[in-house]
Design a protein around this ligand. Structure first.
Ligand code: FAD
Length: 402
């Protein structure tokens, strides 16, 4: 006899969206979310830029492109329905120098291919819209918005518990054993739970849980810290839109941007620095197990060789506030060192292949009784509702619930 029909591991936005939608899809079944921290949304979901992305950057036809576009609309509908504040500010992707204009043009084509509303903005209009921002030109994407993803996640949690779902915090999954008639789950305190099915949405630990079920043999999650600063209160109206640089298309990171946040302040960031601990929120954090696991993984070593230059630049920018500031001054020259105040960092859970490739798209795989979200970096917060629906579709097709 199982304790639960479906256990969802991970109390981030992907886990909660999935659990909420499974409970709606299969009313009456027993669903539990297991979260190792004392509160929901403690990791990526609660430590990000809070942007509802429109879906400019992603390869047309990819899961990211589809889910981000659907997710942007679905997230705003969810916020309206449950009275969660969001602000549709629009995004300006600024080409700081003439050398970035061709890449900006490629992004324009990509945004169109992804079916988005996008417009080129000349230098004069850019200054008119954002007097503190300079550039040779920009793309304007009106759909982009800001929200607090922690708030959305907690609301999804109450929707789940109102529908008789269970949320267990301080419940770290240490072991999963898939059997022909169910799945055994071992928790940190030695408690053994039984479920008919498991969905793992464990962010930075996704690969470890997947390996226990025979998946993820050829990838590993590599943690990349995204460090932020918060601008002082005197700068809280410095920009009205979200101001982004033109990113390097070979990397899944968007570059240091200026983001007005729900709460009335502006953040600068994030960069993307290799972390030596899966919870390495500070520069000196090192976890010997995490580091040893990374070093043994061939893909990690190849990734380092392939990206040596950009990796070292990120470390240098992280160590020197002046260098970090220079990244923002390219498009917002009046910012100075005294404007930068500490703000919590986030850790991206980024899947890397055995060949050393950073996987761009979302990746979801399954066994007979388990489903694993293996790669859900940005824009997975924006895309959490369609990701949850997709997982509920897989469960409908394979898990045999009425
Ligand atoms: C710096 C940064 C900026 C970002 N900006 C944006 C943005 O503006 N817009 C956007 O759409 N996306 C953004 N993202 C991406 C987005 O935050 C993530 O894609 C999304 O939050 C992933 O959600 P998740 O639920 O998969 O992961 P998480 O939020 O990390 O949740 C996973 C949960 O699983 C739990 N867990 C792990 N292992 C276990 C275990 N063994 N047992 C029990 N629980 C476990 C963890 O404690 C955690 O709470 C950003 C990410 C970062 C790091």
């Amino acid at each position: 006899m199982a304790d639960f029909d479906i256990v969802v591991i991970g109390g981030g936005i992907v886990g909660l969206s999935t659990a909420m939608q499974l409970s709606r899809r299969f009313p009456g079944i027993a669903i539990a979310v297991l979260e190792k921290e004392p509160v929901l949304a403690s990791h990526q979901t609660g430590r990000n830029s809070g942007v509802i992305h429109a879906g400019v950057y992603y390869e047309p036809g990819s899961m990211k492109a589809q889910f981000c576009r659907q997710g942007s609309a679905a997230t705003m509908r969810f916020c309206q329905e449950y009275d969660i504040p969001f602000e549709q500010r629009g995004k300006l992707l600024v080409a700081a120098g003439a050398d970035e204009l061709p890449r900006m043009e490629k992004l324009y084509e990509r945004a169109l291919a992804n079916g988005l509303e996008v417009r080129r903005v000349c230098q004069e209009e850019l200054t008119e819209r954002e007097p503190h921002v300079t550039g040779r030109g920009a793309l304007f994407v009106p759909q982009s918005a800001i929200v607090d993803y922690g708030k959305i996640t907690r609301r999804m949690g109450t929707i789940l518990t109102d529908a008789d779902g269970t949320i267990m915090t301080n419940a770290e999954v240490r072991g999963i054993c898939e059997q022909h008639n169910g799945v055994e789950i071992v928790l940190n305190d030695g408690i053994l739970l039984r479920a008919r099915h498991v969905v793992a949405c464990a962010g930075v630990n996704a690969d470890r849980l997947a390996r226990l079920c025979g998946l993820a043999a050829d990838l590993a999650i590599i943690p990349f810290r995204g460090e932020y600063f918060r601008l002082g209160a005197n700068r809280s109206r410095i920009v009205e839109h979200l101001i982004y640089p033109i990113p390097d298309p070979s990397l899944p990171f968007l570059g240091v941007h200026l983001t007005p946040m729900i709460g009335g302040f502006v953040t600068v960031g994030p960069n993307a620095v290799l972390a030596f601990s899966r919870n390495g929120y500070h520069f000196g954090d090192v976890n010997s197990t995490d580091l040893w696991e990374m070093a043994r993984f061939r893909g990690f070593r190849r990734m380092i060789i392939n990206n040596m230059r950009s990796g070292l630049t990120e470390i240098a920018n992280s160590l020197s506030r002046r260098r970090y500031l220079a990244l923002c001054q390219r498009y917002c020259p009046e910012l100075n060192l005294s404007d930068l105040h500490p703000h919590p960092a986030g850790i991206r859970a980024q899947a890397v292949s055995r060949e050393g490739r950073l996987l761009h798209d979302f990746l979801i795989e399954r066994t007979a009784r388990t489903i694993h979200v293996l790669n859900a970096p940005s824009p997975a917060a924006t895309s959490a509702l369609p990701i949850g629906r997709y997982i509920a579709d897989i469960a409908s097709a394979h898990f045999n619930y009425p």
